[in-house]
Design a protein around this ligand. Structure first.
Ligand SMILES: [Zn+2]
Length: 281
């Protein structure tokens, strides 16, 4: 079966390890990046192992700051890959590092004293606790996916609410043609996307009951789905609390509209409140 060929470099299979470390552009980005990870360099062959080590590194001095910068770099690499696939635009490695660095500086400034939840806290409260997953600090995120069979794309509609709508995104990605696989890939993208916002607690509303069950008991016989689930759980570790439940049908109309709209996009769109553009959808 195998992974598709990487469209950024045209060599190598498009695995997460390839995109993040071994693709020509990724290699250059890491060479330029102002962050070095002694000891975990060798673990790059397996993204999950590398990621676990990165998460553990936060207990070291300055570990959390380096970690945030590293996550920003990963996110910029992902955006560069999408730019190439959807708009055929190549971003240069220096710009990628600059962008990640700038966002990291903005983030640390916002944090002020640098009070971040410790990673130990993160993994402890990360366990699924159905029925008691939200509190007044929780950002509720509605995720809706629309597949477009002819163009083999999917549109992802994301709406973040806490009392009112705070942000929404319309994103596009390749569709596998399989509903569950697409949904899992979309959730991964969403988690990756919302780490940018640094919301400590998030509750994701999912419109597939099957998906919610799988996220809770982590059981599937499909190896591709299993790999996606592992990635989702890895991204979950970035939040103090992250949970999933089934969305009530009447609540996700906006999400569904955005996801349909997103299938036609040339590039991802973001709407932050006051959301003037969203009334157009
Ligand atoms: Zn590549």
């Amino acid at each position: 079966m195998g992974e598709p060929i990487c469209q950024v470099c045209g060599e190598g299979e498009e695995t997460i390890e390839h995109l993040m470390f071994f693709c020509t552009i990724a290699k250059e980005v890491w060479r330029l990046a102002p962050v070095q990870w002694d000891g975990i360099e060798d673990r790059r062959g397996n993204f999950n192992t590398w990621w676990s080590e990165l998460m553990e590194a936060s207990s070291r001095k300055e570990g959390q700051q380096h970690q945030t910068l590293t996550v920003n770099i990963l996110w910029q690499l992902w955006k560069a890959r999408n730019e190439k696939i959807f708009n055929n635009k190549s971003r240069n490695p220096f710009d990628i590092v600059q962008k990640a660095h700038l966002e990291w500086i903005e983030y640390t400034e916002v944090q002020g004293t640098g009070k971040l939840a410790s990673r130990q806290e993160t993994s402890a409260s990360n366990e699924e606790a159905p029925g008691d997953t939200t509190n007044s600090n929780t950002m509720t995120i509605i995720v809706e996916v629309s597949q477009q069979k002819e163009t083999k794309t999917m549109g992802i509609g994301i709406v973040a609410t806490k009392d009112k709508v705070h942000a929404a995104w319309a994103m596009k990605d390749k569709s596998t043609g399989d509903t569950l696989l697409d949904y899992a890939a979309a959730l991964k993208l969403v988690l990756c996307k919302i780490t940018e916002k640094h919301w400590p607690a998030v509750h994701l509303l999912v419109s597939s009951a099957h998906m919610v069950r799988m996220l809770r008991n982590n059981k599937t016989t499909d190896i591709r789905l299993f790999a996606q689930l592992e990635d989702i759980h890895m991204f979950k570790a970035l939040f103090m609390s992250c949970s999933f439940s089934l969305v009530a049908n009447q609540c996700n109309r906006l999400g569904r509209r955005i996801s349909k709209y997103a299938t036609r996009l040339a590039q991802d769109e973001e709407y932050l409140s006051p959301l003037c553009q969203m009334t157009q959808l």
